[in-house]
Design a protein around this ligand. Structure first.
Ligand code: A3P
Length: 315
């Protein structure tokens, strides 16, 4: 089909259109083997997001929420000091299915319920076993301008590792791609709308969160999140400030200070510390000119009206 003929380069990584989204070639095998092999359980919790919208943050928050009671409330026993959030909560199409020729070792999938996994795949391309199950999907969205600035800084590490100096022209080139839908797992608006539509149809199946909302009112959002995944906070926990403790523990400031996040590499070309950059709302103001921001106009118009106004109000 026409789709299969489309190819693009994302910072030197080839991508092609697959089922309407841009799939990095290096992930293609993982994507299809996840689609063909994953068997969801009703108790599963799946974190879904576009890259750079708050995945790392939500991985740590969800893990803390789901596992806090197994640790007798002792949050210091959470493995955040020894593993990055990405090693703790695995991406299905990346870590789980990519390197295992179709079948991941049983111990990766055979973990106590509720199993917690992540994915960047669009809703429509999720395996039928997820769409047809009662598992819970948490979607985190983020305003597209900050998301672009974040993804730009992330992939810039790759350019720098090759000795390329970033230029304004290069940023504009990638901005042009991003705004016309050409980015990993994009188009941005299709991804967001796919999960947004599903949350409207079936709010028990998909919880839709915004990075900006989480930053502004973390406590209210954590309560919602914990209830949605079936691990609500008790009044006693609330009195003991457990929610505030989790927020503090998973904050970017605290995560940045952990030795495991300061050292080591996420990919051969990117260090773990690059996963925790600024974590602010509106950082795009520091990097994009007014005319560059106008590039997002068409994309913003396709987003749900409330989302559009919501992100405007947080900038
Ligand atoms: P910035 O580049 O704007 O700082 P993802 O985890 O989906 O890759 O998203 C990365 C973005 O989330 C980065 O944004 C990163 O700094 C931010 N981030 C990482 N950990 C965070 C945390 N604990 N709290 C808030 N933001 C965080």
């Amino acid at each position: 089909t026409e789709d299969q003929l489309k190819e693009e380069s994302w910072f030197g990584f080839p991508m092609k259109v697959y089922q309407g989204f841009w799939c990095l070639n290096v992930l293609f095998e993982g994507v299809t083997s996840f689609q063909n092999n994953f068997e969801a359980k009703d108790s599963d919790i799946i974190l879904a997001s576009l890259p750079k919208t708050g995945t790392t943050w939500l991985k740590s928050l969800l893990f803390a929420i789901v596992n806090r009671n197994n640790l007798c409330g002792d949050l210091s026993k959470l493995p955040f000091h020894t593993k990055t959030p990405h090693e703790i909560v695995l991406h299905l199409e990346i870590e789980v299915y990519k390197n295992f020729n179709g079948t991941p070792p049983d111990n990766i999938l055979d973990v106590p319920s509720p199993r917690l996994f992540a994915t960047h795949m669009p809703y429509l391309s999720l395996p039928d076993s997820i769409k047809g199950s009662k598992c819970r999907i948490v979607y985190v969205s983020r305003n597209p301008l900050d998301t672009f600035v974040s993804i730009w800084h992330f992939y810039l590490q790759f350019e720098i590792s090759k000795g390329v100096n970033p230029s304004k022209e290069m940023m504009e080139e990638y901005l042009g791609k991003y705004c016309t839908g050409v980015s990993p797992f994009g188009p941005y608006e299709d991804h967001l709308l796919g999960y947004w539509k599903e949350t409207q149809k079936n709010p028990k199946h998909v919880l839709f969160l915004e990075y900006e909302g989480l930053k502004k009112e973390p406590k209210a959002h954590l309560k919602r999140l914990a209830e949605f995944v079936g691990c609500p906070f008790s009044e006693e926990e609330d009195k003991k400030n457990v929610i505030d403790e989790i927020i503090e523990l998973c904050s970017i400031k605290s995560m940045k200070e952990m030795e495991v996040n300061k050292t080591g590499k996420f990919y051969p070309w990117v260090e773990n510390k690059a996963l925790f950059r600024k974590g602010e709302v509106g950082d795009w103001n520091n990097h994009l000119t007014t005319s560059m921001a106008k590039g997002f106009h068409q994309m913003l118009q396709k987003l749900p009206g409330w989302f559009f106004f919501y992100i405007l109000s947080t900038q």
